[in-house]
Unconditional design. Structure first.
Length: 281
């Protein structure tokens, strides 16, 4: 026991701070602490050095837990007792900090919801007609409007995500060589390809997602404009808009299918050239 006590005493006399590497001889007034299970050169550390190290780890969050990087023992950090006023203020600050993210999420969801309601109401008036749309919404049940109007932009976005052109394109590539009329209309569309090129997956980047979102939300306006231009003889605003939407989707889809097929053929027939050798000067 005496030998063990002597070893412990010698270790206490030979204290080294593992943060600043100073010893007792460098600063006799420094306060030392043994905060974890470490022994040897990492047992002791200056109180001030450890406080700075803990501040760096907590990054401004005084309640964050900090552990020793060597033995993973959690440091026992105590604070002076707070007065009643400071205690109440500290408790309120913690409650606000915990409730802040939930409140922000609720505000964001509420904002998106009421934006969807407003968009749905504007779309109804645009498709049916301003006066007719107002009459429909005035006669409708408020609960039905609160549930039905926000679903309009949701359904538009979901409908935009249905990539029916890809199915048509697969059928085109599968049966185009058997339909000679397609080759006469679109030369080279049924030619065999030397390789199958890789194609980008849908929603592979943020640009595709934004195009789907913007295209879905602007679709009622485009359908209304196309309906007025192509089906002006139809008296009903709703029928004219539906016909305009169908015509726009069909025409746009046909051009998209043809364009993607041409890109596919271009990728399939690409070649990689030899590296040009530089002539000796």
């Amino acid at each position: 026991m005496a030998e063990d006590d002597a070893v412990v005493l010698q270790q206490n006399l030979d204290r080294n701070c593992w943060v600043c590497f100073a010893t007792d001889d460098d600063d006799h007034t420094a306060e030392w602490v043994c905060p974890c299970r470490c022994r040897g050169s990492t047992k002791w550390v200056h109180q001030a050095c450890l406080q700075r190290w803990v501040d760096e780890k907590q990054r401004g969050n005084s309640t964050a837990r900090v552990a020793c990087p060597q033995c993973n023992a959690e440091y026992l950090i105590v604070f002076p007792k707070l007065g009643p006023v400071v205690y109440v203020l500290d408790l309120a600050d913690r409650l606000v900090s915990k409730a802040g993210p939930f409140a922000a999420a609720g505000i964001m969801v509420g904002s998106i919801y009421w934006t969807a309601v407003t968009y749905g109401a504007v779309t109804v008036m645009q498709v049916v007609g301003h006066k007719e749309g107002l009459d429909v919404m005035e006669r409708a049940d408020p609960l039905f409007l609160l549930i039905g109007l926000p679903t309009i932009p949701v359904m538009l976005i979901l409908g935009k995500m249905i990539r029916w052109e890809d199915y048509v394109l697969r059928l085109w590539r599968k049966y185009s060589n058997k339909l000679q009329i397609l080759n006469s209309i679109f030369p080279g569309i049924g030619c065999p390809v030397p390789r199958i090129p890789a194609e980008a997956s849908p929603l592979a980047d943020h640009v595709s997602a934004t195009r789907i979102l913007c295209g879905a939300l602007v679709f009622p306006t485009i359908a209304t404009i196309v309906g007025k231009l192509m089906f002006s003889s139809v008296n009903s605003n709703l029928q004219r808009t539906i016909l305009g939407g169908i015509a726009f989707v069909a025409i746009k889809g046909a051009f998209k299918v043809y364009f993607k097929q041409q890109q596919y053929m271009r990728q399939a027939h690409r070649k990689i050239l030899n590296f040009p050798e530089q002539e000796d000067a």
